[in-house]
Design a protein around this ligand. Structure first.
Ligand SMILES: NC(=O)c1ccc[n+]([C@@H]2O[C@H](COP(=O)([O-])OP(=O)(O)OC[C@H]3O[C@@H](n4cnc5c(N)ncnc54)[C@H](O)[C@@H]3O)[C@@H](O)[C@H]2O)c1
Ligand SMILES: O=c1ccn([C@@H]2O[C@H](COP(=O)(O)OP(=O)(O)O[C@H]3O[C@H](CO)[C@@H](O)[C@H](O)[C@H]3O)[C@@H](O)[C@H]2O)c(=O)[nH]1
Length: 455
């Protein structure tokens, strides 16, 4: 099938590359000329396992094209996927300017039937606004071509995006019952057949329910995390181990084991903004989503917990003290630092006067970029970008772990102990067992592990 993807970011690039992998003829559009040039020269703008190979293979096969040419992009695909960003507006609601600009472009150039597929995460009712935007441009040109807007939200996770896209848990498609909607239904069915032959994992529904499903999924997952983080903080007080509790409750199939890990708070480009946007939607209807407000407030507090533990242990004035940080990306296997808890921790330590050495397996370049935005030149000068995990430790009082990269799971503890001034680890992702750390001679501070051991 001929497909256009508008917006070649995480979602657009993965969607385009994976649909090309299945034999479709894909045209990826972006307004960012640098990104398109990089892709046309064989580069990849993001770190995403397996993506580079899929992009290279399909470019070479002539099934995947990158361009900034809007007219050509509209002419190309019968299916026009909108996969542009929907960042939070000043009031927390989703900013739809990029989605609506993409819709207007489709209306400006289309001359035959198109299916406009909303893949971006957009508030309930956005498909109607996209429809109106396309129609206004058609009317202005006196163009009679028909179209339908469907909602096909994306559920991929960064760091596992290609795998998630190729083997989805579910495919959600919202369409309407007009003749154009039925035609769109047929085309979407054909497109997704290779992913699940009998469509056992495709959920067909009305457009508004599909839009809502995306927010409901992220809100539920964020709720589980904040719930566990709040309990972890209590576990620290009452002398319980949140990891034991996690196993204890997760074995109930009604609860399950996933997304119950306490830690340094959730980050990334989705949970924080989507929880906020759903709250805003509710407020437009005079409804106050009390649970989600608490989910957000707990997460904001949780991002401060690691830094507070450091201050409690080493004092409010950290001037003259140096700390090592492992992990900067908001989660492993990505270089994305949007809303990353590490940024909050760094701000706390810098404000308290400390100097820091940081290391992340892939996010070092991105870290230099975002920390230059977060900090003043003087503050930035107090951060050393180390070349390896061990390289962060020299002269550090303690090690603080913020991201659970595999490479951090079995380090050489003797070397760490030898290098640190105080053999102290703050483990923001509960990578290690408190008893094992105590035996190894460390003072260990996990999240909700209650056990504070001294060598
Ligand atoms: N990142 C994820 O893991 C993820 C997962 C599921 C859903 N989503 C949702 O998908 C959407 C895209 O997210 P992302 O992380 O891929 O964003 P992103 O910022 O990585 O990419 C968006 C791209 O769209 C381009 N763009 C903006 N306006 C354009 C226009 N008018 N025409 C063409 N290109 C344009 C930008 O230059 C950018 O390259 C968001 O709504 C997000 O909530 C993201
Ligand atoms: O038990 C857990 C699980 C996750 N996290 C944190 O939660 C954040 C988000 O993690 P994850 O969901 O794995 O990453 P994302 O790439 O943000 O993916 C989420 O957001 C996407 C964008 O909407 C959706 O498509 C995905 O389904 C949804 O999982 C990260 O900071 C994690 O460290 C925890 O603290 N505890």
């Amino acid at each position: 099938m001929k497909i256009t993807i508008i917006g070649t970011g995480y979602v657009g690039l993965v969607t385009g590359a994976c649909l090309a992998e299945l034999g479709n003829d894909v045209f990826c559009l972006d307004v960012d000329q640098k990104k398109i040039d990089l892709l046309n020269h064989g580069g990849i703008p993001i770190h995403e396992p397996g993506l580079e190979e899929v992009v290279a293979r399909n470019r070479a096969a002539g099934r995947l094209h990158f361009s900034t040419d809007v007219a050509a992009s509209v002419a190309h695909g019968t299916l026009q996927f909108i996969a542009v960003g929907t960042p939070p507006d000043e009031d927390g609601s989703a900013d739809l300017q990029y989605v609506l600009a993409a819709a207007r472009n489709i209306g400006k150039y289309m001359t035959e039937f198109k299916v406009v597929v909303d893949k971006s995460t957009v508030p309930v009712g956005t498909a109607d606004r996209v429809k109106a935007a396309v129609q206004a441009e058609l009317t202005a040109r006196g163009e009679q071509a028909k179209f339908s807007v469907v909602s096909n939200p994306e559920f991929l996770k960064e760091g596992a995006a290609v795998e998630d896209f190729m083997r989805p848990d579910r495919i959600v498609i919202g369409y309407d019952s007009t003749p154009e909607g039925e035609k769109a239904h047929g085309l979407m069915k054909k497109l997704y057949t290779p992913f699940n032959r009998n469509h056992e994992r495709t959920f067909w529904m009305d457009v508004r329910s599909a839009e809502f499903t995306k927010y409901a999924a992220n809100a539920m997952l964020a709720t589980r995390i904040s719930f566990m983080n709040e309990l972890a903080n209590l576990a620290d007080q009452v002398g319980a181990d949140i990891e034991a509790v996690r196993h204890g409750i997760g074995s109930d199939p009604r609860i399950g084991h996933s997304f119950l890990y306490a830690g340094a708070g959730y980050g990334g480009s989705c949970f924080p903004k989507d929880v906020q946007a759903l709250e805003r939607t509710a407020r437009q209807y005079d409804q106050d989503l009390l649970i989600l407000r608490a989910v957000e407030a707990v997460n904001d507090k949780q991002k401060l917990v690691l830094g507070q533990k450091v201050v409690k242990r080493f004092g409010a004035d950290l001037s003259g003290k140096h700390f090592a940080i492992w992990g900067l990306a908001f989660k492993p296997n990505t270089d994305d630092m949007r809303e990353a808890p590490a940024r909050v921790l760094i701000r706390q330590l810098i404000d308290a006067g400390a100097t820091i050495a940081v290391y992340d397996p892939v996010a070092m370049t991105e870290a230099r970029r975002v920390l230059a935005l977060d900090l003043s030149a003087e503050e930035l000068a107090r951060i050393r970008f180390a070349s390896s995990p061990m390289d962060t430790l020299t002269d550090a009082e303690a090690l603080v772990i913020v991201t659970e990269w595999k490479a951090f799971r079995s380090p050489d503890f003797d070397r760490i102990k030898g290098a640190l001034k105080q053999a102290t680890i703050f483990d923001g992702r509960n990578l290690f067992e408190p008893e094992v750390m105590a035996e190894a001679g460390f003072e260990y501070h996990g999240i909700g592990r209650s056990i504070l051991t001294r060598a």
